[in-house]
Design a binder for this molecule. Structure first.
Ligand code: 9YT
Length: 156
C-alpha cells in the first residue's frame, strides 16, 4: 500500500507551477498504478487551452467555478463542484476559471512528474509506465513523504 499526503509534497517534480495553474501530483508513473493522480488549482481569471494528444484525462471539480469549452464545436459546459469531464477522444478544450478551481485529475498513461504543457497544450509521452504484481501478499507497505523518497524513477 502507498500512503501519501498533500501536505508532505515538498518542492519536487511532484509540485509543478505553470502560468495558469499549480499541479500537485500524488501518484506518478513510478508508483506503478497505471495512472497518475493530481490535485490541481487553476487560478481565478485564468484561461488554459489544452490538448492531451498523448493521454486520456478525467477531471473532477471539487471547488470553485469555471467554464469548459470544447474547441471543435464551441460547446460550453459549466464547471462546478461535483462535475466530472473525461477527455475520451483527446478532445481539444479550454478551461476558464471564474474563481480558483480545484480539480482532481487522473491521467492514463500516467505522467512521470515535472511535465509542463508543450506549446500545443499537450504533455509529452515520456515512457511506458512500469507494471507491478497485483497480488503480491508479501509486498511491504510504503509510506512516503511524497517528495520522491522510496520511489523509483524512469531510469531505475
Ligand atoms: C484540468 C487541469 O487542471 N488541467 C491542467 C493541469 C493538469 N491537469 C495537471 O497537470 O494536473
Amino acid at each position: 500500500m502507498l500512503v501519501t499526503r498533500l501536505a508532505d509534497i515538498g518542492a519536487s517534480d511532484r509540485d509543478v507551477h505553470a502560468p495558469t495553474f499549480r499541479s500537485r501530483r500524488l501518484l506518478l508513473a513510478q508508483d506503478g498504478m497505471g495512472f497518475s493522480f493530481h490535485d490541481t488549482i487553476l487560478y481565478a481569471g485564468s484561461v488554459t487551452p489544452m490538448w492531451y494528444r498523448n493521454h486520456l484525462e478525467a477531471v473532477y471539480c471539487i471547488d470553485g467555478e469555471g467554464e469548459l469549452e470544447e474547441t471543435e464545436t464551441g460547446v460550453i459546459h459549466q464547471i462546478t463542484p461535483g462535475t466530472l469531464y473525461a477527455l475520451d477522444k483527446h478532445d481539444r478544450h479550454e478551461l476558464r476559471a471564474k474563481t480558483d478551481l480545484r480539480m482532481i485529475c487522473v491521467f492514463n498513461p500516467p505522467l512521470w512528474g515535472g511535465e509542463v504543457h508543450e506549446e500545443d497544450g499537450s504533455y509529452p509521452l515520456l515512457g511506458a509506465p512500469p507494471t507491478r504484481p497485483t497480488h503480491d501478499r508479501n509486498a511491504k507497505s510504503v509510506v512516503t513523504g511524497g517528495n520522491g523518497r522510496n520511489r523509483k524513477g524512469p531510469k531505475d
